[in-house]
Design a protein around this ligand. Structure first.
Ligand code: SAM
Length: 274
């Protein structure tokens, strides 16, 4: 059934503020499900199930689906639509306020067609949360997908954060006409294969993200200028940069993940602020 007809039955209309553009092309829903390489033991966290179209596909191939939807108005639809899908647990909550540990163990998969405005904050919530997913398959704005997979020279806070956690691929595009209501932009499906374990220990990881944040605080400025905010005297700063083999005149967008890690290690080896 067309999402418009389903919503009409319940006297509802989509809420723009929640990014409600419903995907109703069954072939694409199947392709998204295939992209997540789900097996019968997998627990899938679906974020923003809407009226449950993707949830049904996920339910058929996985062990369990936890579908977290913020919009209470959609609960009766989800309950009716998913009544016979016994491995689906519907949770009415804001995903950003949900502690993952209550619902999933490490190794879960995330599948989400999320509102475009929350890509960055949602990825941070999931990737740095208290449970580690093994894979994330998200449908996002095409331009954001391209930013996520940027290479050194074009990097951003978003791509550095996401690429630290895993390997990212843009799988395929989705035309705006596959959604109702039709969004103003085209979308793409992105897969992140999360590294099996963290690349840095906990303290180093904190330091990595602090450095990255400071490095990007004024992204057109040279790194050495942004890093002054760390509170180190120039001589120490230059020492750390040179130990990491990084020219302080470079800009954050030119650094690879490996170089940020080198910088983090040089910092933790070397010094404490004076
Ligand atoms: N998955 C459905 C589909 O593919 O047709 C709906 C996708 S729609 C783009 C995004 C969904 O995310 C909406 O149902 C919206 O209500 C929900 N949503 C928005 N913000 C949310 C949040 N913070 N937590 C959970 N769900 C959210």
């Amino acid at each position: 059934m067309h999402p418009k007809a389903t919503l009409n039955q319940y006297g509802l209309s989509p809420k723009k503020a929640l990014g409600q553009n419903f995907l109703y092309d069954d072939q694409i829903l199947a392709q998204i499900t295939t992209a997540a390489e789900i097996n019968p033991d997998d627990v899938v966290l679906e974020i923003g199930p809407g009226i449950g179209a993707l949830t049904k596909h996920l339910s058929v191939v996985s062990g369990k689906v936890i579908a977290v939807e913020i919009d209470g108005r959609l609960m009766p639809i989800l309950e009716d639509q998913l009544d016979s899908y016994k491995n689906v647990e519907i949770v009415q909550a804001d995903i950003l306020k949900l502690p993952l540990r209550v619902y999933v163990a490490d190794g879960f998969k995330v599948v989400a067609n999320i509102p475009y405005y929350m890509t960055g904050i949602l990825l941070r919530h999931i990737l740095s949360g208290d449970r580690r997913p093994s894979m994330v398959v998200i449908t996002i704005q095409r331009q954001v997908a391209d930013r996520l997979t940027a290479k050194p020279g074009q990097m951003s806070l978003l791509s550095t954060t996401a690429q630290y956690y895993g390997d990212i691929e843009v799988l395929f595009g989705i035309k705006a006409g596959s959604f109702w209501p039709r969004p103003e932009v085209d979308s793409a499906v992105v897969r992140i294969r999360i590294h099996p374990g963290p690349l840095l220990n906990k303290d180093e990881e904190e330091s990595f993200f602090r450095l990255v944040k400071i490095g990007y605080s004024q992204k057109r400025k040279q790194l050495q200028k942004n890093f002054r905010a760390l509170g180190y005297p120039s001589s120490k700063l230059y020492k750390i940069l040179s130990e990491a083999n990084i020219d302080g005149r470079r800009r954050a967008q030119s650094l690879s993940i490996e170089e940020w890690m080198e910088l983090t290690r040089a910092l933790s080896r070397d010094i404490s602020p004076t």
